[in-house]
Design a protein around this ligand. Structure first.
Ligand SMILES: Cc1cc2nc3c(=O)[nH]c(=O)nc-3n(C[C@H](O)[C@H](O)[C@H](O)COP(=O)(O)OP(=O)(O)OC[C@H]3O[C@@H](n4cnc5c(N)ncnc54)[C@H](O)[C@@H]3O)c2cc1C
Length: 385
């Protein structure tokens, strides 16, 4: 399909999640004059007409939010000048500067932004899908909630595959399990054991240093260097590559993630992660293609907050290149993560490529700030915050 505005700069955004939506809205505002004069056209192709606030899934798994609270119509979040279509991309032809969608349409571009996110791949581990509960999709979070309600006591094992989006989720779900069972009056009947693949309990060193004494205080056991090899769902045993085993009555898992299938199929980078310039956020070797959010191979957490900070840099730079012929900003690796330390306390981690996070003791006001952010997200994703 040819764009209707001949001679215009055609900016095509693939993916209408956190990163893609913020880029699109920021660009539409920064370039409103150019759009009005038909010099620029912004289009977005996505896989769904719905936008999900994914962090809310943790609350769904504990019955604190209903699934319908997590969704908005994607079109309602976008500036009216953005041409939005639900038609996932199935083919990228970088040489021809065009993509083909599922419906067979061909879209040409001058500037391409890829923000297709990531997906969990539990089926990579034998027995994991059958044996474990997850909370990274709506369906699995509802199922996990029902399992938790039925649970009357026994061994709860938490396992983690890497990489995965939201690196803080394993500690958050562990604290939440402790509070959930305490609130039901059965905490003394539940043994919680946390398993983590590297030699400390979190990939971010200062998070590990903060969480370990907290786990000790609330009676959570932990085993490090535990990479799940197999789950024996019948006998309820999870086995590690390192040769150890844990028995469980309830297994909660955050499985390894990969980039989306379309990215893997094009072999843009191992694991479906696109090689990305760490400061300019361009795809390696392609100066007209920007990549952001989970789908990059950057050494930063795969979080909505990273996608947000990257989106600001990408949109500012695309706009400045169009206006003055040069980018004006670098991405410095900024990430900000709330950390729920249970059902009524939270802290946060803020860090970048050079500066590790410095964690403060959790408190109630941070928890209520996070609860407010769960609503503020919709303003943030419109690019207004
Ligand atoms: C349980 C859970 C808790 C989390 N908690 C937090 C948290 O507390 N804080 C935080 O910052 N982050 C959190 N995250 C992570 C955060 O949601 C993601 O990192 C963020 O959404 C990534 O943004 P993105 O734009 O890269 O991808 P997404 O927001 O996932 O968007 C990807 C988009 O691409 C579209 N798409 C996919 N394939 C195609 C295709 N072929 N063609 C076109 N479009 C396509 C999808 O439909 C979607 O719209 C959490 C995630 C989960 C699951």
């Amino acid at each position: 399909m040819k764009y209707s505005v001949v001679g215009a700069k055609r900016i095509l955004i693939v993916g209408g999640g956190t990163g893609g939506t913020i880029v699109a809205n920021n660009l539409a505002r920064r370039l409103h004059g150019e759009i009005r004069e038909h010099k620029v056209q912004i289009s977005m192709l996505s896989a769904s007409d719905q936008h999900m606030y994914q962090p809310g899934l943790l609350y769904v798994a504990f019955g604190q939010m209903m699934p319908d609270e997590l969704y908005r119509d994607q079109a309602s979040l976008l500036e009216p000048t953005i041409d939005f279509r639900v038609d996932p991309v199935v083919k990228f032809e970088l040489e021809k500067k065009q993509v083909t969608t599922k419906s067979g349409d061909v879209h040409e571009y001058d500037v391409l932004v890829i923000a297709t996110g990531s997906r969990m791949v539990p089926n990579e581990i034998p027995g994991l899908e059958e044996g474990a509960e997850f909370f990274y999709t709506e369906e699995s979070a509802i199922k996990m909630f029902k399992k938790l309600r039925e649970f009357e006591g026994g061994k709860v094992a938490i396992t983690v595959g890497v990489p995965h989006k939201c690196p803080i989720a394993p500690v958050e779900v562990t604290f939440s399990l402790h509070d959930y069972f305490k609130a039901r009056g059965i905490r003394d009947k539940v043994q919680i054991k946390y398993h983590y693949p590297i030699n400390r309990i979190h990939s971010i060193e200062n998070v590990a240093k903060w969480a370990q004494p907290e786990f000790d205080r609330i009676g959570v056991e932990y085993e490090t260097l535990f990479n799940v090899e197999e789950v024996d769902a019948e006998n309820k045993i999870v086995k590690s590559l390192e040769g150890t085993e844990s028995e469980y009555d309830l297994l909660i898992s955050i499985p390894e993630h990969r980039g989306m299938e379309v990215i893997e199929e094009h072999e843009f980078g191992p694991g479906g992660w696109i090689p990305t310039d760490r400061h300019q956020l361009t795809m390696e070797g392609q100066d007209n293609i920007y990549v952001l959010g989970d789908t990059t191979n950057l050494p930063v957490s795969k979080t909505g907050s990273a996608a947000h900070f990257q989106a600001e840099v990408v949109s500012e730079n695309i706009a400045s290149i169009i206006k003055i012929g040069a980018p004006v900003r670098d991405y410095k690796g900024k990430v900000y993560c709330f950390i729920e330390a249970g059902h009524d306390r939270a802290t946060y981690a803020m860090f970048d490529y050079l500066n590790p996070p410095d964690l403060k003791p959790p408190n109630k006001s941070m928890h209520w700030f996070k609860m407010s952010y769960n609503q503020m997200y919709w303003t943030s994703v419109r690019g207004l915050l």
